[in-house]
Design a protein around this ligand. Structure first.
Ligand code: AMP
Length: 503
């Protein structure tokens, strides 16, 4: 496999000779043969529109198998696949298109007219439409196109995709992902999580994000497994799929919502061998409750857009609740202090990662790249973590969410853990807000299950366990915490909402 399209060759090899086997279940499903033949048709259409190796193909469509075929087709054509969240507005899309200058922009027909101006301002050469059923101008062209496209040669270091980070501060950045980074990480996960052609994976994640696009889809393709491909997370569909499936990858909210449903039992999950969680912290309590209800231990892993997956709890061996496990084979992870020197176990520091899985830099942001992806190959993740004596890592939060109150560091997670432990509390988010005396003041935003709990009682609980400077100066109650599609609590939005609380 030296003269080939590096990623596509590796995604295809497990199903070679098994073209008639089912890749995606269901009436509108696909065999491996039809999936790759369709991807070849997408590649042929892109090439006929002048998409050349290295050109970006930006895609803002709803989740569908057609969109997945477009992903593989774009990579086959030698292009750089650039998926965009369907929720992005025209003004957000204008930024992405101007920044990435894609040759082709594929959009759902329902928002095509709204995006016309954005495409023009980004200098997009071709704008085509694709709906979830494979219709639209691109879908129509594809249905006329021949299969049998020979994938364009691409080397390991060529770019396969650009994924924009969700951008917790400032503009979001385009993470450049090479064929090698994607292929090597998928191969590692197939091995580590023991995926085989006998697996049936429930896919209910969005496909504009690394979790659903690369972790789930690439692992399924590379292991030759079958997928149950759902348009979104829906409890009924998950319960319908589980008796005939073996694995699911999800974000923590999948697991808490499933736990709230009486259908979740040992019996309804008896055929499953693996539940993976990631993209946001899974509470230790959720892990424990899941085991009590189903007998399964959720396997939590940690990754990010820029690095693919970095750590995972082991397949065999102890899966420790509240931790993201051990560095994956081939991935170096270290926890460092402010001088970037490695620190000892049980001490909180900044997480750095190095390995083939790491991205090649931020698109057209050489300075930002140099700041975060160092010359020695280490990427400064921006996450804070701690390692235990057995090498298991726990994520303490984003360094940007660290609160410095009166000159002392407060790690939000430490405070959240105490508040979340109160039986009347569903969840909490602890943030730092500008304060005239302390610089930043610790504030807890709390969602209750039992409204009888008072702010005073929460204050007493934290005061009993924490030094005074860590205790919230103010406790606010809300109905729900703001979350993005991947289940991440949007602390930036909370900081903005309450920025004047002490001013
Ligand atoms: P994204 O680039 O959108 O995938 O976001 C990556 C960020 O999500 C990481 O830098 C972490 O802050 C967070 N994250 C991912 N997985 C986990 C996890 N298992 N536990 C806690 N945080 C996580």
């Amino acid at each position: 496999m030296c003269e080939d399209n590096y990623l596509v060759a590796r995604l295809r090899s497990a199903s070679a000779g098994r073209e008639d086997d089912v890749f995606v279940k269901g009436q509108a499903g696909r065999t491996f043969g039809t999936f790759f033949a369709n991807a070849e048709r997408y590649a042929a259409v892109l090439a006929s529109k002048g998409v050349a190796p290295g050109d970006r193909v930006a895609v803002q469509v709803n989740k569908s198998l057609a969109a997945l075929e477009l992903y593989v087709g774009a990579v086959m054509a030698g292009a750089v696949f650039l998926p965009l969240n369907p929720d992005y507005t025209a003004s957000e899309i204008t930024y992405f298109l101007q920044d990435a200058t894609p040759r082709m922009f594929v959009v759902d027909p329902s928002y095509a007219s709204e995006m016309q101006l954005a495409a023009k301002s980004g200098g997009v050469r071709h704008m085509m439409t694709l709906d979830a059923a494979g219709g639209g101008t691109l879908g129509d062209a594809v249905s006329q196109a021949p299969s049998g496209f020979t994938p364009v040669l691409r080397a390991a270091d060529d770019l396969a995709a650009i994924l924009y980070t969700s951008g917790t501060t400032g503009r979001s950045k385009g993470a450049m992902l090479t064929h090698r980074a994607l292929a090597s990480n998928a191969a590692t996960l197939v091995d580590y999580w023991r995926f085989t052609p006998d697996d049936i994976l429930i896919h209910a994640l969005p496909i504009f994000h690394t979790h659903g696009l690369f972790v789930a889809t690439n692992v399924a393709l590379m292991s030759g497994a079958t997928m149950v491909f759902l348009p979104n997370f829906n409890l009924g569909s998950i319960f319908a799929a589980m008796p005939n499936a073996t694995a699911m990858m999800g974000v923590p909210t999948f697991y808490t919502r499933l736990l709230d449903d009486p259908r979740l039992t040992k019996d309804s999950t008896r055929n499953m061998r693996l539940f993976v969680s990631g993209s946001a912290p899974l509470l230790a309590e959720t892990h424990t409750r899941w085991t009590e209800r189903t007998g399964h231990k959720i396997l939590e892993r940690y990754g990010m857009t820029e690095t693919n997956m970095n750590t995972s709890n082991p397949y065999e061996g102890s899966r420790k609740p509240g931790t993201v496990g051990l560095p994956l084979p081939g991935v170096e992870v270290r926890i460092v202090d402010g001088n970037r020197s490695t620190i000892g176990v049980e001490q909180i520091g900044s997480i750095e990662v190095r390995g083939e899985n790491v991205f090649a830099g931020y698109w057209q942001m050489p300075e930002k790249t140099a700041e975060e992806l160092r010359e020695d190959g280490w990427f400064i993740t921006g996450d804070l973590g701690v390692e235990d004596s057995e090498g298991y890592i726990s994520i303490v939060g984003r360094s940007k969410d660290l609160i410095i109150s009166g000159g002392f560091n407060v790690y939000p997670k430490e405070v959240e853990a105490i508040i979340d432990d109160l039986p009347e509390v569903l969840e909490s988010a602890v943030i730092g807000l500008p304060h005239p005396d302390f610089g930043e003041a610790v504030v807890a935003i709390v969602v209750l299950v039992d409204p009888a709990l008072t702010a005073q009682e929460i204050s007493t609980a934290t005061a009993n366990k924490l030094a005074r400077f860590k205790c919230p100066k103010s406790i606010l109650f809300v109905d729900a915490l703001p979350r993005n599609t991947m289940g991440k609590v949007q602390k930036k939005a909370l900081r903005e909402e309450y920025e004047n609380l002490f001013r």
